[in-house]
Design a protein around this ligand. Structure first.
Ligand code: ADP
Ligand code: MG
Length: 193
């Protein structure tokens, strides 16, 4: 595969448990091409979130190599990882992870402002309109339904137009109808992810 967007080579993750070290990932080798969409399926506790965190540079591998966009993530320190993620990685979590003291608009504008993007608030509003929340931009997360909160999280993750978009059980806290709507948004053609 030419220049995969993500390249994992014999990645291992061992964490300290109460009864000694726990081997969570035992030698994962995986390539993801540009434009490829990959679903990771497995029982609870099998290491899906851990693998996603490694791919996103949010967790460090115990050994092996994680390369994203031709950058070896295992060679970067915490600050380096944070800089690398900025604008390149979009991550959506099961629990939305919105900032409760900020409105939907402010939540979406944050990553754009951190990037130093021009017209962060204008762009943030356009992203919220794109996920069908144009009438909710000044609402706080607590004033939004679960499905609406996840739309805000999608808009926030997509706003910087990341090259890599990771979602960890993004419909896990939603009912069937809202879950399908979120999946439709994630896989809709023409969207950046
Ligand atoms: N910080 C941690 N310390 C020790 N074990 C952990 C830690 N985080 C997760 N685990 C364990 O790692 C395994 C994989 O967890 P996880 O990646 O969350 O799985 P999944 O997302 O597939 O449900 C589980 O057995 C979990 O208990
Ligand atoms: Mg998980």
């Amino acid at each position: 595969m030419n220049n995969p967007v993500l390249a994992l080579e014999d990645v291992r993750l061992t964490l300290a448990g109460n009864a000694g070290p726990v081997e969570i990932l035992k030698g994962i080798t995986l390539n993801v091409a540009k434009g490829e969409t990959l679903g990771l399926v497995g029982p609870s506790g099998s290491g899906k979130s851990s693998l996603l965190m490694l791919m996103g540079g949010l967790e460090r591998a115990t050994s092996g190599r994680v390369q994203a966009l031709d950058q070896d993530l295992t060679a970067l320190d915490e600050d380096g990882l944070a800089r690398f993620r900025r604008g390149r990685m979009g991550v959506v979590f099961q629990n939305f992870h919105l900032i409760p003291s900020m409105t939907a608009l402010e939540n979406v504008a944050v990553p754009l402002e951190i990037m130093g993007a021009e017209d962060a608030f204008g762009r943030a509003e356009a992203e919220l309109v794109a996920v069908g929340l144009g009438a909710r931009i000044h609402h706080y997360p607590a004033q939004l339904s679960g499905g609406e909160q996840q739309r805000v999280a999608l808009a926030r993750a997509a706003a910087p137009r990341p090259a890599i978009f990771l979602a960890d059980e993004p419909t896990g806290n939603l009912d069937g109808v809202n879950g399908s709507a979120i999946m439709d948004l994630i896989f809709a053609t023409g969207r950046p992810w």
